[in-house]
Design a protein around this ligand. Structure first.
Ligand SMILES: [Zn+2]
Ligand SMILES: [Zn+2]
Ligand SMILES: [Zn+2]
Length: 366
């Protein structure tokens, strides 16, 4: 008799953190040195109460606009993208998000390649390549404060597996890469965990997150590392898994999935390393250099080439784009489009943030 089994990773997906309007009010005094313009409608110089947002400042009129960006909560006026299910993506993020199924499939394949590289093909699936689809309507997200970026399913008939993956449209590319790695890991676990082997639900999610984390690390997606660590989804198990990975390496974690006894990784008892199945894990691959910065004297893909004093103040040229303090511009970083937020330009330096990451001080090399 052939056993037929379906594994559905019910909450088997990445959650996005709460989509709260990340803005706070501030009052501009007439004596304020620098004029402030609304990043949404362009009006200004603004006075009175304004709203600060990570993409810039917006006015009270825009504060009242009902449409908000699905990712960052910025009011929507023009130059936006609307998904078929009615979600808005703002002008700062619309070029970063994936709404095309072909592109999503390519990203899935790239993500899988990275997983296979990191695991020296240990995580290659037995079954045929998963069927990957992009879905607009996030019908599986019942909880409005948390949202899932993907969904995966495995069907087993005898020793044959077939896999399906659904990805949420409108996710930023770097996030989608980690979602793909997460879902792929579910499929691998479905193939490799014995049916009588119990692994705690949150631990399974954390293992999937760990693989997403390592793929993000390899790609230099620092924001995703932070997002995964802060994601409440794994109930803190991600910390245990990151620690297990640090102490024993990913291969031991995968081996534990296959042959371990416990439902949770217990670091004190060393269960992640205790498995003595005789399987020798391959050596961990050497860490890849991050970002592969070409011109980057700064090592982060950013090159500050000049600073000019103009009537408006100091203007920096970074990766060929001219930018003043407090401006936000699109630039190319390591061949990828990115948002460059400039905080301050001085006579010989610029303080900037790329894609809402950690601020970096760029020095003019003489
Ligand atoms: Zn999951
Ligand atoms: Zn406005
Ligand atoms: Zn946005």
């Amino acid at each position: 008799m052939k056993a037929s089994k379906a594994f559905t990773n019910r909450i088997g997906a990445l959650l996005l953190t709460a989509l709260v309007a990340l803005a706070c009010a501030r009052t501009v005094s007439a004596a304020q040195q620098e004029p402030v313009y609304c990043v949404v409608c362009g009006k200004g110089p603004l006075s009175g109460t304004i709203w600060k947002h990570r993409h810039g400042t917006f006015c009270a009129e825009c504060k009242a606009r009902p449409e908000r960006c699905d990712h960052c909560g910025l009011p929507i006026l023009n130059d936006f993208l609307k998904t078929k299910d009615g979600r808005y993506i703002c002008k700062f993020e619309k070029d970063e998000v994936v709404v095309d199924e072909q592109q999503a499939k390519l990203i899935f394949n790239q993500s899988v390649k990275s997983v296979l590289y990191l695991t020296r093909n240990v995580m290659r699936l037995k079954g045929p390549a998963p069927d990957v689809r992009l879905f607009d309507i996030d019908y599986w997200n019942e909880n409005s404060s948390m949202r899932r970026g993907g969904f995966s399913q495995t069907r087993q008939v005898g020793n044959n597996f077939t896999h399906n993956v659904i990805l949420l449209s409108g996710l930023p590319k770097d996030e989608l890469v980690t979602v793909c790695a997460h879902e792929y890991t579910h499929l691998w676990i479905n193939e490799n965990k014995e049916s009588d082997r119990e692994i705690e639900f949150h631990t399974i999610e954390a293992i999937c997150e760990l693989v997403g984390y390592l793929v993000a690390q390899r790609a230099g997606f620092d924001e995703q590392l932070e997002r995964i660590k802060k994601n409440p989804y794994t109930k803190g198990r991600i910390d245990e898994l990151l620690e297990a990975n640090r102490q024993y390496g990913l291969f031991k974690v995968l081996e534990w999935v296959r042959t371990g006894q416990n439902a949770r990784v217990s670091l004190a008892g060393g269960s992640a390393s205790a498995s003595s199945s005789g399987m020798t894990p391959p050596p961990a691959p050497a860490p890849t250099p991050k970002g592969a910065s070409s011109s980057g004297a700064q090592g982060n893909g950013l090159k500050l080439t000049s600073i000019t004093r103009t009537a408006k103040g100091y203007r920096a040229e970074i990766n060929g784009v001219q930018i003043y303090g407090r401006e936000l511009k699109r630039i190319a970083v390591n061949g990828r489009p990115a948002n460059l937020q400039c905080h301050r330009v001085t006579a010989d330096s610029a303080l900037v943030t790329v894609n809402r990451g950690t601020p970096v001080e760029l020095k003019l090399s003489r």
